[in-house]
Design a protein around this ligand. Structure first.
Ligand code: ADE
Length: 224
C-alpha cells in the first residue's frame, strides 16, 4: 500500500511515521508513506498557499491551485483509489471504514488548515472526506496520522501476530476483553483463574463473555 500525505506542515510527521509498527511496516516494504510539502507547489514568490475569503470574514482559506498542482503531479506517477480530505465535517472514521480503506493500493490524504479550503477542491479534486471525531483540530495532520496508523496495522504481515488485528476492539462490534500478564497476583489483586488453566476452549469462552460484558458496560450501542 502507498499513502501519500499532502500537508503544509511536513515536519509534524517526522515522529509518528518513523516509530514502532509504522516504521517496521515501511522497513518490511509493506507500506510506503510519502509526505509532500504543499508550499513548493505554490507559484507565487512568497510560496503562500492561502488567501482571504471571497465575501470577507475572518480566517484564511487554502487555495485550490497548489493543491491541484500537487495532486496532478502525484497522479502522473500513481493511479489513486481514493483522494481523501481530512476534515471535521467528513464521514466519521470507524473500524469498518479502516478495514475497507486498508484494502486500497494507493491513497492520498490531504490535510486541511486555516479557516478552510476552497470548496472547489472538495467538489472536484477529492473522492472522500473523513473526520476522526466531532471536535476541531488545528489541522488535518493529526487526523491523517490516525488514519495512517489505523490502516497500516491492518495490512497483512505488519503485526507480528497475524491474528492480533482481528481480535482488536470493534472488529466484531465488540470491545476486546481484558488482558493480563505476570505476576499472577500483585498486591493481592489476582488474575482470573481461568486464564491460568491452560484450557484453551474455556479461555476462549471466558474471553467472549468478558468482551460482551465490557461492551454492555462501556458501549452498549455497539450491541444494537
Ligand atoms: N481537521 C480538523 N479537525 C479534524 C477532525 N476532527 N477530523 C479530521 N480532520 C480534521
Amino acid at each position: 500500500m502507498k499513502i501519500d500525505i499532502i500537508t503544509c506542515l511536513p515536519e509534524i510527521f517526522d515522529g509518528p511515521i518513523t516509530q514502532s509498527i509504522v516504521k517496521r511496516a515501511q522497513k518490511k516494504g509493506l507500506v510506503e508513506i510519502c509526505i509532500h510539502d504543499l508550499r513548493p507547489f505554490s507559484d507565487n514568490i512568497k510560496k503562500s498557499i492561502d488567501d482571504y475569503a471571497f465575501g470577507g470574514g475572518a480566517g484564511m482559506v487554502m487555495m485550490i491551485e497548489p493543491i491541484d498542482r500537487c495532486i496532478s503531479y502525484l497522479k502522473k506517477k500513481t493511479p489513486y483509489d481514493e483522494i481523501i480530505f481530512m476534515t471535521p465535517d467528513g464521514e466519521r472514521l470507524n473500524q469498518s471504514m479502516c478495514n475497507k480503506l486498508s484494502l486500497n493500493k494507493n491513497i492520498i490524504l490531504l490535510c486541511g488548515h486555516y479557516k478552510g479550503i476552497d470548496q472547489r477542491v472538495r467538489d472536484h479534486l477529492i473522492t472522500q472526506e473523513i473526520s476522526i471525531g466531532d471536535y476541531v483540530l488545528s489541522g488535518g495532520e493529526l487526523a491523517a496520522m490516525v488514519v495512517t496508523d489505523s490502516l497500516v496495522r491492518l495490512i497483512p504481515g505488519v503485526l507480528n501476530d497475524e491474528s492480533s488485528a482481528l481480535t482488536d476492539s470493534f472488529q466484531d462490534s465488540l470491545l476486546a476483553p481484558p488482558v493480563y500478564t505476570r505476576p499472577a497476583v500483585y498486591k493481592g489483586w489476582e488474575v482470573p483463574k481461568i486464564l491460568l488453566s491452560g484450557n484453551d476452549a474455556a479461555i476462549n469462552d471466558w474471553r467472549y463473555e468478558a468482551a460482551i460484558k465490557r461492551t454492555k458496560d462501556k458501549r452498549p450501542h455497539l450491541l444494537d
